[in-house]
Ligand binder design. Structure first.
Ligand code: NAD
Length: 492
């Protein structure tokens, strides 16, 4: 019997004003591994969105608003303790909704969820502000200093690809800075968010401080929430197109927005790179989470002298990737998140061939001969031979696929890496120190990695250039976004 195969379908409800409540409308969440129903999920209508925002607003003036920062931060540590206590439940929830390897959920998703609460609790507790002594004509001077206050009600809208990690990345700093929250996870991944509501309930946050609504985006919970006039800010992770829609909704009330959006990220491998490290790195940056990470490399540029060798090595490593059940020994890749997303990825697999790609490996659907054939698996895929203007080189596929192209000079590599409407992340692989700095500094991206990928310090800024986002979060950038800063000027 495979992990989770015996789980009975459950009812997933909203969490509003400290109560778990249902709705008239609901939908069924199915397993991406084999298509079986996993849960019935309530869908919040406009009235429940109204309730959640109203209680979140009222909670700003209740006991939550009177807590000292240290007390609030202690509550955040209690939430982290609660996730740790129920670690296996969180892993099971994330694995069931996404089909990802259990090992990934343990080491990445849930571990980072805990780290998000601990990091922002500690950062908020030790936050300090600017102070300027200003000369004045009378010689006495003036003192400028800043105080931070909560913004108000923050809407958090998160995607399905790293569900708990990306939800808590925004919920934790929003709470740490004293705001109240109405969160909506993706309709594809409601389960770990529902567990988070239970843990927050147990941690003793006052009712209304954290509220969770389930539902879809357009013409559903997400749209009703982002159009609500009483929000102070909307923080969103997801597709660039959705970000644009949400920005329009936010314009009416001039609400603060922070967006972490899509990517079409480049990896540049020089002939002087440590070949094996670069190969490992590009394998990880292409196939982690079946390519469903905003930071994944879909465009790989390899210096011509090692191009053929690199493509051959990638092909061999890709064909050895083990696809399967989340708890299979040595499983490297699970399914995509849904049949709908699989249809999108497969449409790019077909388009690439129409655009003239050579399919080095993959390009189709694996056959298992068992229940997994009802799941959303695709083959990990490598293309070569596409021109830089091909749609498959410009649009985010968000699947286990990369295109590998040769280049001849450093300037050419930088120019082609930057030739994108997106600007989230880029990697350079080289052992030449000066080149590493030179290239990394010229990437038009929010994040540039040298000889690594996905290595994060949660205190450092995170976000995207161009279509990949608006603003930065992480460390003090999060503290700044989630607070209203007042400058106080005192004439001495
Ligand atoms: P999505 O934009 O389809 O959905 C994200 C969330 O927004 C979901 O909760 C969805 O229900 C909601 N939503 C959709 N339409 C809405 C609307 N009109 N109004 C309000 N809410 C709406 O994205 P997805 O498919 O869930 O996630 C994948 C995308 O997210 C990819 O493009 C990926 O690159 C991006 N992403 C970016 C980052 C980053 O940090 N830059 C991280 C992870 C994922």
């Amino acid at each position: 019997m495979h992990h989770l195969a015996s789980d009975a379908p459950r009812l997933i409800r909203h969490y509003i004003a400290g109560e778990f409540v249902g709705s008239d409308r609901s939908f069924v969440k199915t397993s991406p591994v084999d298509g079986r129903p996993l849960a019935t999920v309530c869908e919040a209508g406009a009235d429940q969105v109204q309730d959640a925002v109203a209680v979140a607003r009222a909670a700003l003036n209740g006991p939550w608003g009177k807590l000292k920062t240290a007390e609030r931060c202690a509550m955040l540590h209690r939430i982290a303790d609660g996730i740790e206590r129920r670690f296996d439940d969180f892993v099971a929830a994330e694995v069931a909704d996404t089909g990802r390897p259990v090992s990934q959920a343990r080491t990445l998703d849930i571990a980072r969820g805990i780290a998000n609460f601990r990091t922002f609790a500690d950062l908020a507790r030790t936050a300090h502000g600017e102070l300027f002594q200003t000369p004045t004509a009378d010689g006495a001077g003036a003192l400028n200093y800043v105080v931070r206050k909560p913004l108000g009600v923050v809407a958090v809208i998160s995607p399905w690809n790293l569900p708990l990690l990306l939800l808590t990345w925004k919920v934790a700093p929003a709470l740490a800075m004293g705001n109240t929250v109405v969160a909506k996870p993706s309709e594809e991944t409601p389960s770990s968010a529902a567990l988070l509501a239970e843990v927050i309930d147990e941690a003793g946050l006052p009712p209304g401080v954290f509220n969770l609504l389930h539902g879809f985006g357009p013409d559903s919970t997400g749209e009703f929430l982002t159009r609500h006039p009483d929000l102070a800010a909307i923080t969103f992770t997801g597709e660039s197109r959705t970000g644009s829609t949400i920005m329009k909704a936010a314009a009416d009330g001039v609400k603060d927005v922070s967006f972490e959006l899509g990517g079409k990220n480049a990896a540049v491998v020089f002939a002087d790179a440590d070949f094996d490290a670069a190969l490992d790195g590009v394998m990880r940056s292409t196939f982690t989470n079946a390519g469903q990470v905003c930071l994944c490399s879909e465009r790989v540029y390899v210096e011509r002298p090692i191009f053929e060798k690199f493509v051959a090595a990638m092909k061999a490593r890709t064909e050895a990737l083990r696809l399967g059940y989340p708890d299979d020994d040595g499983v490297a890749m699970g399914p995509l998140v849904s049949q709908g997303h699989r249809a999108k990825v497969l449409s790019y697999y077909r388009l690439a061939v129409e655009e003239g790609a050579k399919v080095v490996t993959g390009g189709g659907v694996p056959h298992f001969g068992d229940a997994r054939d009802q799941g959303a698996f695709v083959q990990p895929t490598i293309w070569t031979g596409l021109p830089d203007h091909a749609r498959c080189m410009r649009e985010e596929v968000f699947g286990p696929v990369c295109h590998i192209a040769p280049f001849d000079t450093e300037d050419e590599a930088i120019r082609r890496a930057n030739d994108s409407d997106y600007g989230l992340a880029a990697c350079v692989w080289t052992t030449n120190l000066a080149r590493a700095h030179r290239v990394a500094q010229q990437f038009h991206t929010g994040i540039a990695w040298v000889n690594t990928w996905f290595l994060r310090d949660l205190r450092s800024p995170f976000g995207g250039a161009k279509l990949s986002g608006l603003g930065r979060e992480g460390g003090r950038h999060s503290l700044d976004f989630y607070s209203e800063i007042t400058n106080i000027c005192i004439k001495l």
